[in-house]
Ligand binder design. Sequence first.
Ligand code: RP5
Length: 162
Amino acid sequence: MENPPVGIIMGSQSDWATMREAATLLDELGIAYETKIVSAHRTPDRLWSYGKTAADRGLQVIIAGAGGAAHLPGMMASKTRVPVIGVPVQTKALSGVDSLYSIVQMPRGFPVATMAIGAAGAANAALMAAGILALQDPALATRLDAWRDALSASIPEEPSND
Ligand code: RP5
């Protein structure tokens, strides 16, 4: 799709193993997206131009994952009014608490909707994006409701010994 509604961006190729969880869920829900490596530290000009053009290109939600000194989601939020959902990538040294703290504590005026650390956070970022888009898209709302119902139905009422 030429102008997808969702952008999945990440600070490094090494983040893709985590951010793929978001992509997989968007695929399941039939939501088009683009994926880009955009580093706040290594490619600041790329970050600048991505943020500057995001709204005009038709992006409606940006999912931004980064680890360590994870400035990407916050910097992106400072460059665009398109809602940014931040995913703290789990790190080896500090288990992703560094990523979480780098993303979550934004100053007033430039919010980042921060998810859980790691794969669950990436998946939830996609579901959050779906919920936002579903506000204006009844067919997507139906698919999202069905996805949620299926998840609920898959949870057994009692624990098993297997
Ligand atoms: C961050 O540094 C990236 O988001 C990544 O999580 C972390 C490590 O990057 P690599 O050294 O693996 O490229 O900018």
